[in-house]
Design a protein around this ligand. Structure first.
Ligand code: CA
Length: 507
């Protein structure tokens, strides 16, 4: 089966004449990107790790100030209903970089520590592969989390340059250094040794400073190098903040000394470091005269984590990272491209990070079409109206979910496990070969009306069997298009109580 097709992008109704000239094919092939908006845009994707829906000002944070992320949203489009395709790191990123639901190519679950040789399918083209083929210089800075070995390394997956950590959960700095605070989860001391190697290309590089600042320095340097080159660039800046370990430096803690709870204080400071990163990236683009014609996207890879003790916030949304409820999968989602897209817009139909593939490649001149990715540019320019997606879908083993314009259906395995079965890390010990995908104790069916109940507190499944049946049928038909055999089984799992019933979450 041919899974991807490409076609020349349709001329989109761009907001600026110069950008329109680009879409019409006016510029020279080797014309440098200029502030006039001529030529294909530079593309910068900034991804946060475990940042909650309401952890930034413009999405409703009451304690964290993020003026530069807020300004980015004000300069473009704030998506109120932006989603990821999975509520944990690695599969979410696999969907994001391929523009396809990751269960189509076998990356349904987070890898475990034992899976050191595994990685996302090598048959998939990444955003970097596609943009490189369209003449882009491609660079990645930060967390990859799609395989450790050389064939899976970002520079084997379309990136010309790489600086970062291949795994998740990286140490930011030596906790013993003056001014550094560590937000302890279980009373333990903060890390002093670097947990994951920082690589420049394939070689380890010694890093002493705060990792978020180091990544920002690398991103700025990549943009500055890009300014001196003829071709446009794609930068994937994949921060590890504000994922655990919760560590912050005095510089970022300064504005949050008044917060008594240490984890909340450190977490807020970590988000401040993210905001500073956005400030420096935007400032560098402006200094280089490239800001107007740069498409900047900002998102998180999943919702905020419930296991960090309420230090983060998904606002009114129920659930956390690992949940198919909104708190796990709905995330801050912003796009800005001043030369082509009018600022100050809010878009409320559901969109998903899978859409980056079609959107970025369309902006670059030739849209890559996948089964799942929708070019959002026409919606951002006003050329298209309505909903880009009729349905969005999620699956992690037996846990499944679907939403349409109004309703969300979630089905979770009932379980006999109780909290005394959990290990010290809050997870269940998996059986040999991972968790089965059947439902030996039946499933809990949850139906929510998101228009009336965005907090998913009122289960309507018993009251609205017709809606349940329609969404179940749609979900079954989607599941029929996925791979039966995934590359790795689901081994990570925990339990939670919803509507008084114990259910199992697999991730
Ligand atoms: Ca994450």
């Amino acid at each position: 089966m041919k899974r991807m097709t490409t076609r020349s992008s349709r001329i989109i109704a761009l907001g600026a004449a110069a950008a329109l000239a680009w879409a019409c094919g006016a510029p020279e092939a080797d014309a440098p990107a200029e502030d006039s908006g001529a030529g294909p845009p530079n593309i910068v994707l900034i991804l946060a790790d475990d940042l909650g829906y309401a952890d930034i000002g413009i999405y409703g944070s009451e304690i964290i100030s993020t003026p530069h992320i807020d300004a980015l949203a004000a300069s473009g489009v704030l998506f109120t209903d932006g989603y990821v395709s999975h509520p944990v790191c690695s599969p979410s990123r696999a969907g994001l970089v391929t523009g396809r639901y990751q269960q189509r190519h076998g990356w349904e679950f987070n890898p475990a520590g034992r899976d050191v040789n595994a990685g996302m399918s090598l048959d998939e083209a990444t955003l970097a592969d596609r943009l490189k083929a369209l003449g882009y210089r491609t660079g990645m800075v930060g967390k990859w989390h799609l395989g450790h070995q050389e064939p899976h390394h970002p520079m084997s997956r379309g990136f010309d340059e790489y600086f970062g950590v291949l795994e998740g959960g990286s140490t930011f700095i030596d906790s013993r250094l003056p001014g550094v605070e560590y937000g302890s989860l279980r009373g333990e001391d903060g890390p002093t040794e670097r947990r994951n190697k920082v690589l420049r290309g394939f070689e380890e590089e010694k890093v002493e400073r705060y990792l978020t600042d180091v990544f920002t320095d690398e991103a700025v340097a990549f943009i500055e190098r890009g300014a001196a080159r003829d071709e446009p660039f794609f930068l994937y800046l994949s921060h590890t903040t504000p994922h655990t370990p919760l560590q912050a430096t005095a510089e970022y803690l300064e504005g949050y000394r008044h917060i008594e709870d240490q984890r909340t204080r450190v977490y807020a400071a970590m988000v401040a470091s993210l905001d500073e990163s956005v400030r420096r990236v935007v400032e560098t683009l402006k200094v280089q005269g490239m800001y107007e014609n740069t498409l900047i996207a900002f998102a998180s890879d999943n919702g905020c984590a419930g296991y960090i003790g309420h230090a983060c916030s998904n606002g009114p949304l129920f659930g956390f990272k690992r949940y198919h409820h909104e708190g796990g999968v709905r995330i801050p989602f912003i796009m800005s491209w001043p030369a082509a897209v009018e600022g100050g817009q809010e878009f409320s139909h559901p969109v998903i990070t899978l859409d980056y593939m079609a959107t970025f490649t369309a902006a670059a001149g030739e849209e890559t079409e996948t089964e799942d990715s929708v070019n959002l540019l026409p919606y951002m320019t006003g050329e298209a109206e309505g909903a880009p997606h009729e349905y969005l879908y999620w699956r992690a083993g037996a846990s499944v979910a679907i939403r349409d314009a109004q309703y969300k259906l979630i089905k979770l395995n009932r379980t006999d496990f109780r909290p005394d079965s959990l290990r010290g890390d809050g997870r269940l010990q998996p059986p040999e070969g991972g968790w089965p995908t059947d439902s030996p104790h039946g499933q809990l069916t949850l139906l929510y009306d998101l228009d009336a109940d965005v907090g998913e507190l009122n289960n309507l499944a018993a009251e609205q069997p017709d809606v349940v049946a329609r969404l179940e049928a749609e979900l079954d038909s989607w599941r029929g298009t996925l791979l039966d055999e995934q590359i790795l089984p689901g081994v990570r799992s925990t339990i939670t109580q919803i509507d008084g019933e114990w259910v199992q979450l697999v991730f």
